[in-house]
Design a protein around this ligand. Structure first.
Ligand SMILES: [Zn+2]
Length: 880
């Protein structure tokens, strides 16, 4: 067992830094067997914050070989400092001094992929959150902001490209075939935004002229074989730069903006100042190798990282408890961008689905934490859907409360007031309050309290008095401020113009005709002059991340599916109807009754298919049944097999009933147009492939050939992969095997395509796939050290192949635990992220929960458990 348990770090213990670093001069000498790092730091005591500060200087460093230390040019002896664990204490320093440190590191042996490491022969870095301490001794905390100058030296033939943040200011040819390039970043930044890249890379060039007329060079660096996969990222980057100027008035601030694609990467991408480093899966695309989904991901992530230049880099976080300050706001900004570039409603549906399946589950599990957490053991565990997506929902609610103009005023004030600073979430909220002359005191509860609020709504119609009342009741004893968009739909489908006759006391402005501000635990809205009983359309546009309950009848849901003028709620009504039907089938199964599916659901889906003029992207969303994960999230006790059986039955019955319409739609959409990654085409392909997947679920075997044909004859990966996926997730295992084999033969030289091939198999929803997962894990294409491959096989298996992960004999749990144990020492961040599917063991039926718990206990008993894995596993096992 471990000697000491990893410790919690608390927000309440925050202290401003005792020392500041005005300038950071770094010199990297890169060799194959080690890298020497020489740093020269211009430092001073932080006397402004700490008046009688005579404390020693304490720096942090991990896995570094210290060579020597100088203060103001004087070499220190071992009596002048103490190196203990990760802390380097230097006893005597004056108020202003220069500190020089030399140390060595071994990037080639760094499998954690934090700090400086090697990926496919190139050197690269990942410093957020605490990777910089694996490079040199430093004040590795975001509120220490410094001006960086970085010299990179390496063998010129092997590493012709040497990059760091800012602008290149000097270069030199050195002896023994080596060369050096020096970079200077004029903007102060915390060390988590530091980046370095050295490699043999090709560059795709572009340029952008900013709103003030400055020309910015744009460069995307990739390995030579990938140079034909950079066009889309470049295009997305230019659109992002323009959009941020138009929407937020934010202009780019350096002469050059660089993106580098890296194969081995723990995250999606990283917003290092002026030098973004991307997981190659989030930047490389061409029609032959990337699906529409990959194109959409690239557009969103390029935008996200670019937007960080203001929301994250110019204004950064004071400490890691404020992580959502930059992530929540930036996710919100990238969601707005995606909505503007594509369909606003579809984007909202996708985001709401993530909240309801993944975030609500996290909020109900052992790792539940507020958007501004008050403690953590390992910050890497807090790069969560709560910090990111719920954080973005909170910013979205502020936007709804302030209106478009008010929100822009608030963001302008925030950027203006805090440019060049490291600040807190409270300061973000203050800027919004001050710009709009309002108070968000009650609203701030969203940041501080974990869990998903529930709101129950009941309606009463008084036909004689022509009055209509909606009673709202919050589940928590202390009320949240919840913005609820609503509309009342008349029998003819129009929106009723009802006048509000009363709300709560002193809350006369709680409803503006669209947006209701629920501020009490119990509150009612009473409308007068309501001529007929309306159907309420509640929580339109998913205006708050809550669970809202209203006892809709199936007929009311059918009515909303047809008439609701809010696209999101029209979709949601269909989901609720399908959910209700699936629940009924689950009950029939449990009682041993024959399975019947409400004809109204079939008719409604038929209506969708036959309605002309419906947006293709919306229709594709509307046709999909609620996912197994979403259904699971609605259950008090989860039985994955019962859920999956019921859902599959409903799906098969729909597929049979709708086969003719689906085929007709498929044929109409299956046009031979040259591939373009643009929204209209993507929507058409998406709907076509939804129809195809349905047809393969019907009992008529003729549709298998449809998928086989599509697989064999197309010019793009989207259609190819969709055909392959529909075969893999069908009963036609022979056709699937042939296609899989053929696909691998064709694409084995393209790692990103091979990853999709791994994932499509690992995610199969057909029973009995465990044996194949084991085969994939020992396949030549798999590599446990590459995070993308781990995510493709192990992550996809545990996250999507739910019937196999939850195999009744527990073999799926054991497989996952084995891999977590293996990765614990290799790459703790990745290992820790894989624990989530086991962590919710208490929610499952006892026979499964017990086996999940057993695997968690087995992981817990490992020696050398990393902080990362320890935190998630110990919290999962802790008594409730
Ligand atoms: Zn981010």
């Amino acid at each position: 067992m471990r000697d000491a348990q990893p410790k919690n770090i608390y927000l309440k213990d925050y202290q401003s830094p005792l020392f500041l670093i005005d300038q950071t001069h770094l010199r990297f000498d890169l060799f194959e067997d080690y890298t020497q790092v020489d740093s020269r730091l211009v430092m001073r005591r932080n006397r402004q914050q700490h008046q009688n500060n005579n404390e020693p200087l304490v720096l942090v460093g991990q896995q570094l070989a210290l060579l020597d230390i100088k203060v103001d040019g004087e070499l220190l002896t071992s009596a002048d400092y103490l190196l203990e664990g990760d802390l380097l204490t230097i006893y005597k320093v004056s108020n202003n001094f220069e500190l020089e440190i030399s140390n060595r590191i071994e990037p080639q042996n760094n499998t954690a992929l934090e700090g400086l490491y090697k990926s496919s022969g190139m050197f690269c870095t990942q410093c957020e959150a605490e990777g910089f301490r694996r490079i040199t001794y430093y004040l590795d905390r975001p509120d220490v902001m410094s001006i960086f100058t970085t010299e990179v030296i390496a063998d010129k033939a092997r590493y012709p490209i040497l990059l760091s943040n800012g602008n290149a200011v000097a270069q030199a040819e050195l002896a023994a075939g080596r060369h050096s390039i020096t970079w200077h970043d004029p903007h102060k930044k915390p060390c988590y935004l530091f980046a370095l890249v050295a490699g043999d890379l090709m560059v795709k060039d572009g340029s952008f002229t900013t709103m003030s007329g400055r020309m910015v060079e744009l460069k995307i660096f990739v390995e030579p074989q990938n140079i034909d996969k950079t066009d889309y990222a470049m295009d997305a980057l230019k659109r992002s730069m323009k959009w941020d100027e138009d929407k937020y008035g934010r202009e780019y601030d350096l002469d050059i903006f660089m993106i580098v694609a890296v194969d081995d990467f723990n995250m999606g991408a990283m917003e290092n100042k002026g030098l973004n480093i991307f997981n190659s899966s989030c930047v490389l695309a061409n029609p032959q190798t990337a699906t529409d989904a990959a194109y959409q991901r690239i557009e969103a992530i390029v935008a996200h990282e670019y937007f960080h230049n203001w929301s994250g880099n110019r204004v950064t976080c004071r400490d890691w408890f404020q992580l959502s300050l930059k992530e929540g706001f930036t996710v919100y900004r990238d969601a707005q961008f995606t909505a503007d570039m594509n369909s606003k409603t579809v984007k909202r549906i996708e985001d709401a689905a993530i909240m309801r399946t993944v975030q609500f589950a996290e909020d109900a599990g052992p790792m539940a934490h507020p958007v501004q957490p008050d403690s953590f053991i390992e910050i890497s565990n807090f790069y969560t859907v709560t910090i990111y997506e719920k954080g973005a929902e909170i910013v979205g609610m502020i936007h709804k409360l302030m209106g478009d103009a008010g929100f822009r005023k608030g963001s302008d004030l925030y950027f203006e007031r805090h440019d060049g600073q490291a600040v807190t979430i409270d300061e973000f909220v203050s800027a919004m309050e001050d710009a709009n002359n309002t108070s968000l005191t009650q609203f701030k509860r969203w940041y501080k309290v974990a869990g998903t609020p529930r709101v129950d709504v009941v309606s009463h119609y008084d036909a004689e008095a022509k009055s209509y009342r909606l009673d709202f009741k919050q589940s928590t004893s202390e009320a949240f401020l919840i913005p609820i968009e609503l509309g009342l739909i008349a029998q003819d489908g129009s929106v009723l113009e009802a006048s509000l006759s009363s709300c709560a006391e002193n809350k006369a402005d709680c409803y503006d005709g669209q947006l209701f501000q629920l501020t009490e635990t119990e509150q009612s809205l009473i409308f007068s002059d309501v001529a007929e009983e309306p159907v309420p359309s509640l929580l339109r546009d998913f205006s708050a991340p809550i669970k809202l309950n209203y006892a809709y009848s199936r007929d009311q849901l059918l009515f909303l599916m047809q008439f609701d003028s809010d696209g999101f709620n029209r979709w949601d009504a269909g989901q609720n109807l399908a959910l209700d039907v699936i629940f009924e089938v689950m009950q029939q199964q449990k009682n041993g009754q024959p399975i019947t599916v409400d004809q109204r659901l079939i008719t409604a889906y038929q209506g969708l298919l036959q309605q002309s003029g419906l947006d293709y992207a919306m229709l594709a969303k509307a046709m999909l049944l609620p996912s197994v994960s979403y259904i699971a999230e609605t259950q008090a006790e989860i039985d994955i097999h019962a859920i999956n059986n019921a859902r599959s039955q409903v799906q098969a019955i729909l597929a049979d009933a709708l086969a003719e319409d689906l085929l007709c739609l498929y044929e109409k959409l299956n046009t031979q147009t040259a591939y373009l990654p643009e929204p209209a085409q993507m929507a058409q392909r998406g709907l076509k492939n939804t129809a195809l997947a349905y047809l393969l679920k019907s009992s008529d075997p003729q549709y298998c050939q449809l998928a086989v044909n599509q697989f064999g004859t197309n010019d793009n990966m989207t259609d190819s992969m969709a055909a392959l996926s529909s075969l893999v997730n069908s009963a036609y295992s022979t056709a699937a095997s042939i296609a899989l084999e053929e696909f691998y033969q064709q694409w084995s030289a393209e790692p990103l395509v091979v990853n999709q091939w791994l994932a499509v198999q690992a995610g199969s929803v057909e029973y009995g796939n465990l044996e194949n997962i084991n085969k994939l894990l020992s396949h030549e294409a798999f590599d446990i050290k590459n995070p993308n491959k781990v995510r493709s096989v192990i992550g996809t298996f545990a996250g999507q192949s739910l019937v196999n992960f939850h195999a009744v004999d527990g073999a799926g749990y054991q497989l996952l635990a084995d891999k977590i144990i293996l990765l614990n020492t290799l790459n703790p961040q990745i290992a820790s992220r894989l624990v989530a599917p086991l962590s919710k063991w208490r929610r499952y039926v006892a026979s499964q929960g017990v086996q999940m718990k057993k695997q968690l206990q087995r992981i817990m008993a490992q020696e050398d458990l990393s902080k990362d894995v320890y935190e998630v596993v110990s919290k999962s096992l802790a008594a409730e």
